[in-house]
Design a protein around this ligand. Structure first.
Ligand code: KMH
Ligand code: ZN
Length: 286
C-alpha cells in the first residue's frame, strides 16, 4: 500500500472560532506553531483558511495577504505541503470579486488548493448563507487559474454527482490526470460518512486517481481508519472536528494527527513525508 498522506486542516476553516474551542489557533504565531506541531505528529499537508487573529472567526477582509503571511512564515519554520482554501475567503467579499481573489491566490507559493466540485446546501450555518455556490463555470475557470499557477487542485467531492464533474474536467483536459480527490463526508446535505458510501464513491473514480477522506465530527477518526485500510489518505483537524474523543476537546490539531498516525502504525502503513507527498501527488517543489 502507498504511504499514508495525512492532511491537517488546522485553522478551523470558516466555522470554528474561539467560542467553539479555546484551542483553535487564530493569530499568525498560533497558526504557525500549530502547523509545526501537526507536522511533527505526522502531517505532510496543511490546509489553511484566513482567520481573524482576535476572534478566530473567518477573516472578512481580503484573505490573500493573510494567507501569504501564513505561507511565508510557515516556510521559514517547517517543510510541509501547503494547501490553501478556495471555497473559503468569501465572508465580506462579494461574488464579483471571487474570480480575481482566486486567481491571485494561485500565486502565493503553495503547492495545492482545494477546488469545490459543485453547488450545494451548506451543512452548517454560515455568514454567507446556506448556499455553497460552485457552478461548473466557476470550477472550470478556477481549475484553469490553478493549472496556470502550477498549483495542484484537490477536488472536494461532497456528493456522488460531483465525481462526474471531476471526470468531465479530466475528459476535457481541463484538470491534469491523475486527479486527487477529497471525499468530504459531511452527512446532512452530502455524502453520509459510512463505509458503504465510501465504497460506492471509490467505484466511481478511475484507476490511478489518488483519494483522501475527511469526515465531519465524530466520524472523522472511524472513517479515517476505513480509508487507511482501503489504501486512501486522510484529513483531520479543527476545520472538521474539534473533539479527541466524546466530550473531550482536542487541545491541538496535533492530537488528532497523532491519533490517525497511531492507527496507521498499527496497520503497518508508513506515513508519507512532505517530499514523499510531493512525489506521490506530482507536486512542484516550492
Ligand atoms: N470545509 C471543508 C468541509 C475549502 O476550504 O475550499 C471543505 C473545504 C473546502 O476545506
Ligand atoms: Zn477548507
Amino acid at each position: 500500500m502507498d504511504k499514508l498522506i495525512i492532511t491537517a486542516a488546522v485553522t478551523g476553516g470558516e466555522y470554528v472560532s474561539k467560542a467553539a474551542t479555546p484551542y483553535v489557533p487564530s493569530t499568525v504565531d498560533e497558526i504557525v506553531d500549530e502547523v509545526v506541531r501537526s507536522v511533527e505528529a505526522g502531517a505532510s499537508i496543511v490546509h489553511l483558511h484566513a482567520k481573524d487573529p482576535e476572534t478566530g472567526d473567518a477573516w472578512s477582509g481580503d484573505p490573500n495577504p493573510v494567507l501569504r503571511e501564513y505561507v511565508d512564515r510557515i516556510r521559514e519554520r517547517v517543510d510541509v505541503v501547503l494547501n490553501l482554501t478556495t471555497g473559503g475567503g468569501r465572508v465580506g467579499n462579494p461574488p464579483e470579486r471571487w474570480d480575481e481573489l482566486v486567481r491571485e491566490r494561485c500565486g502565493l507559493g503553495q503547492e495545492m488548493m482545494s477546488l469545490n466540485m459543485g453547488t450545494m446546501n451548506r451543512w452548517m450555518e454560515h455568514p454567507t448563507g446556506r448556499i455553497f455556490l460552485n457552478t461548473v463555470d466557476m470550477i472550470e475557470r478556477w481549475v484553469g487559474y490553478m493549472v496556470e499557477g502550477g498549483v495542484k487542485p484537490e477536488h472536494e467531492v461532497y456528493d456522488t454527482g460531483m465525481i462526474n464533474v471531476c471526470r468531465q474536467l479530466a475528459e476535457k483536459g481541463a484538470a491534469p490526470e491523475p486527479l486527487h480527490i477529497q471525499f468530504v463526508m459531511v452527512g446532512r446535505t452530502g455524502i453520509l460518512p459510512t463505509p458503504k458510501a465510501l465504497l460506492y464513491c471509490l467505484d466511481q473514480i478511475p484507476d490511478g486517481w489518488t483519494w483522501s477522506v475527511c469526515a465531519l465530527g465524530r466520524y472523522e477518526i472511524p472513517i479515517s481508519a476505513v480509508a487507511m485500510t482501503l489504501g486512501g489518505h486522510v484529513r483531520v483537524g479543527f476545520e472538521d472536528n474539534i473533539f479527541l474523543r466524546r466530550g473531550v476537546l482536542a487541545r491541538s490539531n496535533a492530537e488528532l494527527v497523532e491519533k490517525v498516525a497511531n492507527i496507521a502504525r498499527e496497520l503497518d502503513r508508513p506515513i508519507a513525508t512532505p517530499d514523499d507527498t510531493r512525489e506521490m501527488l506530482g507536486l512542484k517543489r516550492p
